[in-house]
Design a protein around this ligand. Structure first.
Ligand code: SAM
Length: 256
């Protein structure tokens, strides 16, 4: 079963590329002098499209037909049905690769890293991912405690990720925090850090795999407590200061 064939039906509606994330990605890629970039786990292509608009040729690799079916055609984006652990590309077929919030979905991530290295050669590899050490300090886990286990078992700790990359790719690895803006347009898991009401929206939750996978009773209970605390003002009392902040480091990281 391809997970995103089941949970990805309305993905493109809520998971639009965020210009600040895209801007950082383009800035990181600028030094690579790349022409052709593989977007691995490209989803519905929101970041592939940004790269293509900017002038790159993009090979968008995505195993879910449901996700690929939502992509908007772009002359500089070639869509390829494929999986990270067995990339349907020649050795050194691309100059760089990006993996945007997808690495944690790769079941055999070491094989995926070997494959990415094979198709990129000495080119740049950029991951946008999450540091699981940060999850327990995010207020959302007070309402949905199962998120802690989910995130901690899904995302590789950053030091381990660095070791894994270095053992295969050899190059030095940079990690930079990406504090989320309060009006993020890519509605991934922490989108509501300053806008808790967003989590009450079924469609927003549908685009977030941690919610899609959550036990139905845990979800119902957490939503009901969040609703009550928002209505009573308790959420605002405890976390309302976040509504005044422009950005907040929830734990997202560029690794390259
Ligand atoms: C959270 S989505 C991110 C999509 C896109 N990169 C974005 O930022 O919108 C994760 C994507 O990884 C894809 N994926 C899961 N397993 C994969 C694999 N083994 N190889 C490549 N992509 C995979 C899923 O189908 C899904 O589209």
């Amino acid at each position: 079963m391809v997970l995103y064939d089941v949970i990805g039906k309305t993905y493109a509606q809520t998971r639009r590329s965020d210009p600040r994330i895209a801007g950082k990605l383009l800035e990181i890629l600028a030094s690579s002098k790349a022409h052709t970039i593989a977007d691995i786990g490209a989803g519905t292509g929101s970041y592939a499209q940004v790269l293509a608009d900017y002038g790159y040729n993009v090979l968008a690799i995505e195993p879910s037909a449901m996700m690929r079916s939502q992509a908007i055609a772009h002359p500089a984006v070639e869509w390829i049905n494929g999986s990270a652990d067995n990339l349907p590309l020649f050795d050194q077929a691309v100059d760089a690769a990006i993996v945007m919030l997808a690495f944690h979905h790769f079941t055999d991530f070491r094989q995926a890293l070997r494959e990415i290295h094979r198709v990129v050669g000495n080119g740049q590899i950029v991951l946008f991912t999450y540091d699981p050490a940060m999850i327990s300090s995010f207020w959302l886990t007070e309402y949905f405690p199962s998120l802690i286990k989910d995130v901690e078992t899904t995302f590789l700790p950053i030091p381990e990720l660095i070791d894994e990359i270095q053992s295969i790719v050899v190059n030095s690895v940079n990690v930079i925090p990406f504090p989320l803006p309060n009006d993020l347009s890519d509605s991934f898991a922490a989108v509501g850090w300053a806008r808790p009401e967003l989590y009450l929206d079924r469609q927003i939750r549908a685009g977030i795999s941690s919610f899609a996978k959550m036990d139905a009773d845990d979800l119902k209970e957490g939503l009901s407590r969040l609703r009550v605390d928002l209505a009573s003002g308790l959420w605002n009392e405890k976390y309302g200061y976040l509504r005044q902040q422009d950005q907040y480091d929830v734990g997202y990281r560029f690794v390259y």
